[in-house]
Design a protein around this ligand. Structure first.
Ligand SMILES: Cc1cc2nc3c(=O)[nH]c(=O)nc-3n(C[C@H](O)[C@H](O)[C@H](O)COP(=O)(O)OP(=O)(O)OC[C@H]3O[C@@H](n4cnc5c(N)ncnc54)[C@H](O)[C@@H]3O)c2cc1C
Length: 427
């Protein structure tokens, strides 16, 4: 049967975040007529770029600037969009989803793109008024409101999200302390040297730190409003706070999938075509576990969404093989880039360049002459170039000596080598 005679199928997408939207965009490009599409999003807005919540918190962007597709886009593409409406049940036998308003919609194919939820440390006081996380525009609005009268904020967590929250609140006029369990910031993305430079730069901007500090309890007043933290240390020391932001990690949103009997572990387990245990049901984004890996950055989601859309469009098989990720901190004036695995072992070789007075530090980790990890601080211009070679698995032995100085030196070196070679040939 030719494509023109295919009857339309019903596609339902649960979750209108970055991954869900990207599947729609890719699918409309590949097979605009194949499905009647319905989308459920628990948040009240059509769609926005979650990454850019940090600049919104810092006051560098307005929410309107980070909205991606408006309602007209959904209408124009014939997509039925329900916002502020969460799906509560997937009835796989009837192939039906049921939302929290009782709405029932049938599907032939279903995409789960339910993202993650922030992990809340279950210490006493975690549910006090004024304790929030940093995930959605609602959280940003709550932080902006709380910062209106200045005051003291504590951010628990010295990872990417915690530091961006801290910076934003500082820009909004709050006195901010970052409380971190580890003795270095962003320990999963940075080595000790780069983390020290980062902490120094943030301290110079006016942020305070309590490192190697574990929260025992969040304290509150008689009205149930947060007043501070108590630490797990010998003195039971405390820190005053008018606002506490928890940024200690995320957990894939798997409850809905689990309740539908889909195989889940850390995330919703999918195969290389992004199908779950039930082949009619796909999953993409942060809610997914693929080959034991779960991701918390957007780049993998683009690849996953493409593969998912490709399969939905019956374009034959393309496969998702997993992703290597790169991270950049969105704090104005701080340049930091990290990609791949920068841990050294007996089989790796580490190249470093440090100009501490200028605040520049670079570390390139090689295994069998191929880049496996990069940490750049202070000068991140070549981040993308290193990453490209990391992903391609390029043999860098020919330019190893110049590698740490970056692309321009390597290319100039190669030109010089080429010239030498042609001189010799001419001779
Ligand atoms: C402040 C911040 C800064 C970030 N910065 C970066 C960065 O610099 N670089 C980077 O790569 N990544 C960054 N990230 C991570 C990035 O935003 C995520 O990787 C990405 O948004 C994940 O997309 P997703 O679609 O899987 O999940 P989400 O974007 O969270 O979307 C999931 C959506 O599903 C909805 N949903 C859940 N359950 C249901 C249900 N039952 N029914 C209906 N709807 C439901 C949720 O409400 C949500 O809207 C940042 C994240 C945050 C919070």
């Amino acid at each position: 049967m030719s494509e023109a005679y295919q009857p339309k199928l019903d596609l339902v997408v649960i979750g209108n975040g970055m991954a869900g939207l990207r599947v729609l965009e890719d699918l409309l490009e590949m097979a605009p007529e194949r499905y009647r599409i319905t989308v459920f999003g628990a948040e009240p807005h059509a769609s926005y770029n979650r990454i850019m919540l940090s600049p919104v918190l810092a006051g560098d962007k307005a929410f309107a600037e980070i909205q991606t597709r408006d309602r007209d886009w959904y209408d124009d593409n014939g997509i039925t969009l329900y916002t502020g409406e969460a799906v509560e049940t997937i009835d796989r036998r009837r192939r039906m989803v049921i939302s929290d308003t009782g709405r029932e919609v049938g599907y032939d194919r279903l995409v789960l793109a339910t993202g993650s939820r922030p992990f809340i440390i279950p210490v006493p006081g975690h549910d006090l008024d004024g304790v929030i996380s940093f995930r959605a525009i609602g959280d940003v609005n709550a932080m902006v409101d709380a910062s209106e009268n200045g005051g003291r904020a504590v951010v628990i967590g010295g990872g990417l999200l915690g530091l961006e929250a801290a910076y934003g609140l500082h820009q909004r006029g709050m006195q901010v302390t970052i409380v971190h369990l580890n003795n270095q910031l962003m320990e999963r993305q940075l080595d000790a040297q780069a983390a020290a430079l980062l902490q120094h730069s943030l301290a110079q901007r006016g942020l305070s730190f309590r490192m190697e500090a574990e929260t025992a309890a969040i304290t509150g007043d008689a009205d149930g409003r947060v007043t501070g933290l108590r630490f797990k240390d010998a003195d039971d020391s405390t820190l005053d706070a008018d606002l506490v932001v928890m940024a200690v990690g995320i957990r894939p949103n798997i409850a809905l999938a689990e309740s539908a009997g889909l195989h889940c572990d850390k995330g919703i387990v999918v195969n290389d075509t992004m199908q779950t245990f039930d082949p009619r049901i796909y999953a993409v984004g942060e809610c997914v576990e693929h080959r034991k890996a779960v991701y918390g950055l957007v780049a993998p989601l683009w690849d996953q969404a493409r593969v998912c859309a490709n399969h939905l469009a019956w374009r034959g098989h393309s496969h998702y093989d997993g992703s290597v990720t790169a991270t950049q901190l969105k704090v104005t004036g701080i340049d930091m880039y990290s990609a791949g695995d920068f841990a050294a072992d007996a089989d790796t070789e580490t190249l470093t360049y440090a100009d501490i007075r200028r605040g520049v530090y670079k570390r390139i980790v090689l295994r069998d002459d191929r880049i496996t990890g990069v940490v750049l601080y202070g000068d991140t211009r070549d981040g993308g170039w290193y990453f490209k070679h990391l992903q391609a698995g390029t043999d860098m032995s020919a330019c190893r000596d110049l590698l740490v100085f970056g692309k321009a030196f390597v290319e100039a070196g190669n030109d010089a080598t080429d010239e030498d070679a042609s001189d010799q040939e001419a001779a």
